[in-house]
Design a protein around this ligand. Structure first.
Ligand code: AGP
Length: 613
């Protein structure tokens, strides 16, 4: 969602901020703006729409200065329009604020401030913050103190960044709750701020993350960290292992395309360092689970949202099969509102690419408050979910920029397989010979995914045939039922085609009424224990005139006689087949969206990290 960038140092702030905001475009936004202190005065430029509009404005009306802040806004209060775009200033133009989150008590604050004579120029909740800071500055004290007092007045979860022409050498930033991250980037004689490390990766890989209830004051010389009540906090810097090239589009047309095609490599990276193929061992010792601890686990919850929740549904099959622990999968947004049955023998696994999804973080807090042990599978290094957990498995997928998750999905499947093997071993359920066999299946995975990717152009031909359809149905069974859900989600989020995923056996209980000659049905019918059942679903679709696109195992020629189109995938071990089977569905969604002329990387209304409830 909203993106934040800040800079203080010897260089021109504007290009650094604009470039940083560009790197955050993937998060989703509807307007953008920046503020720079130029000759002792705050200069604001902001516009609605894409960053190109702001850049045009900056060409017509340039701003120069060595300290500044910038923002991409995803509207919550007030329509996307220039006056509602951030930054927001106080009455005198001396205080400027950018903000992620929602000021829940903004109506009463606005009334109070208006009654005191403050003039508001936007409909946003954010605008209350510069006026509060202005008010407290007028009562005496410095910027940091005034920000502290202002933060004490606002309710909700926030990331707030404040600058003032009264103290033109510093930027004050704070994090309250889980409205998105605040990262301080440490340079040599210069400092950076961002909501996400990708924005500043080009300048520094040494970063410090603000925790809930912490503030940072950054100047050219360095950063100072405190709690909201002013206690000094010693913070350690993280070294981010990503390099700026991994966050660039390269020769690809879209980030999503790049990320789909990267999967043979990203899966290799996910496995790297965690499996000893010769000895037949999985090494996740960093999770700190002892054999006794693993034996004591009575049940598991996996909490996640969207694509990550579908990955979790696959993880349930893996963990129940290999570690024999009962697993429930819950949407983060539901978990905390249903008083889940948790005790200290419950293991809660949070699955989140960004590590900042507010619903998942809230579910984690709920689990923690009830005494569960908390693990997470996370892609973004140092993100809030990772910092909250007792143990973390990083996806090692590299930065994922396309809003539609692809390589993080496959990485998280592999991570859950590793976790299932680890727990199964600790619980004494997998002996060495079996472990060797199970990890061998992993070893061949990158190659199998690479083979599917090699047939990329076939999907474009299929897309050309069906991109004008307005409805799709996806069917799968067993461990591939979540892949049907994921295939449908990928299609709907980037192409705006209505698509539903169903466990194939459920088709006859309702969705079958939708089937006619206009309905393409994507059926995952690979050779596994439910193959025959899938074939009979295909027959039922054909009997009603539907169009069947079947995903079938290489060598299965029989299915060609039953389906309209067959996509072949190489055979895999049943527990890992979702990793291979999802790739054609990603490609099909991608090519259809491109043919429909959609904005593949930044689909309408969607954000990469969803930091509001
Ligand atoms: C994925 O394609 C979606 N954009 C979305 O469902 C996403 O998976 C969801 O918002 C959860 O994100 P997370 O993994 O970063 O928590």
């Amino acid at each position: 969602m909203c993106g934040i960038v800040g800079y203080v140092g010897p260089r021109e702030a504007t290009p650094i901020i604009v470039e940083g905001l560009k790197r955050l475009e993937y998060r989703g936004y509807d307007s953008a703006g920046l503020a720079v202190i130029q000759d002792g005065r705050i200069e604001v430029r902001r516009d609605v729409g894409k960053l190109a509009n702001l850049e045009r404005m900056l060409v017509e009306s340039p701003v120069g200065g060595n300290i500044g802040i910038g923002h991409t806004r995803w509207a919550t209060h007030g329509a996307p329009c220039p006056r509602n775009a951030h930054p927001h200033v106080d009455c005198r133009g001396e205080v400027v604020v950018i903000h992620n989150g929602i000021v829940e008590n903004f109506l009463s604050l606005r009334q109070e401030l208006a009654a005191e004579g403050h003039r508001f120029t936007s409909e946003t909740d954010t605008e209350t913050i510069p006026h509060l800071v202005e008010k407290y500055l007028a009562e005496g004290g410095d910027l940091e103190g005034a920000v502290r007092r202002a933060l004490g007045r606002i309710k909700g979860a926030h990331a707030v960044v404040v600058m003032s022409s009264r103290e033109p050498d510093r930027i004050v930033a704070a994090r309250l709750g889980n409205a998105g991250g605040v990262v301080v980037g440490l340079g040599e004689g210069e400092m950076f701020l961002a909501s996400d490390v990708l924005a500043i990766l080009e300048y520094t890989r040494r970063v410090i993350f603000l925790e809930d209830g912490q503030m940072a004051v950054i100047t050219q010389e360095g950063a100072r960290f405190t709690t909201l009540d002013g206690q000094r906090v010693a913070k350690e810097a993280y070294a981010v292992p990503w390099d700026p090239i991994s966050a660039a589009k390269g020769a690809y047309k879209h980030f999503m395309q790049k990320e789909i095609y990267e999967q043979a490599r990203s899966i290799t990276d996910t496995i790297r360092g965690r499996v000893d193929f010769e000895a037949g061992q999985v090494c996740l010792d960093g999770l700190g689970i002892s054999p006794e601890g693993a034996q004591a686990i009575e049940r598991m919850f996996i909490v996640a949202c969207g694509t990550s929740a579908y990955s979790a549904l696959v993880g349930k099959f893996m963990i129940e099969s290999l570690a024999r622990i009962p697993v429930e999968v819950d949407y983060g947004s539901e978990f905390r509102y249903r008083d889940p049955l948790i005790n200290e023998r419950t293991l809660v696994l949070a699955l989140t690419q960004s590590g900042e999804t507010v619903d998942t973080l809230a579910a984690m807090e709920e689990a923690r408050s009830k005494g569960a042990r908390l693990l997470s599978i996370v892609n973004v290094i140092g993100s809030q979910a990772a910092r909250m957990s007792d143990g973390v498995i990083y996806m090692q997928a590299g930065p994922e920029i396309g809003v539609a998750s692809t390589k993080a999905f496959t990485a998280s499947l592999v991570d859950q397989y590793l976790l299932a093997l680890h727990l199964g071993k600790l619980r004494g359920l997998i002996d060495s010979a079996r472990m060797k066999e199970l990890v061998e299946h992993l070893a061949e995975l990158p190659n199998l995914v690479g083979r599917v990717l090699g047939n990329g152009n076939d999907y474009d031909a299929l897309a050309a045939k069906y991109f004008k359809r307005e409805n799709f149905l996806y069917l799968g069974r067993g461990i591939n039922y979540p892949i049907a859900l994921e295939g449908a989600l990928k299609l709907k989020e980037i192409s705006y085609i209505h698509a539903e995923g169903y466990p194939a056996g459920e088709m006859k209980h309702g969705p079958i009424a939708l089937i006619d000659e206009r309905m393409p049905v994507v059926a995952i019918a690979v050779r596994d224990s439910v193959y025959e059942k899938m074939v009979s679903q295909i027959e039922q679709v054909k009997a009603r005139g539907g169009i069947v696109i079947a995903l079938a195992t290489e060598g299965d020629e029989a299915i060609a006689g039953k389906a309209d189109h067959v996509i072949h995938v190489p055979p895999t071990s049943p527990l890992l087949s979702p990793v291979v089977n999802v790739v054609p569905l990603q490609l099909l969604a991608y090519f259809i969206a491109v043919r429909r002329g959609c904005d593949v990387d930044q689909p309408r209304n969607l954000a990469k990290s969803v930091t509001v409830e």
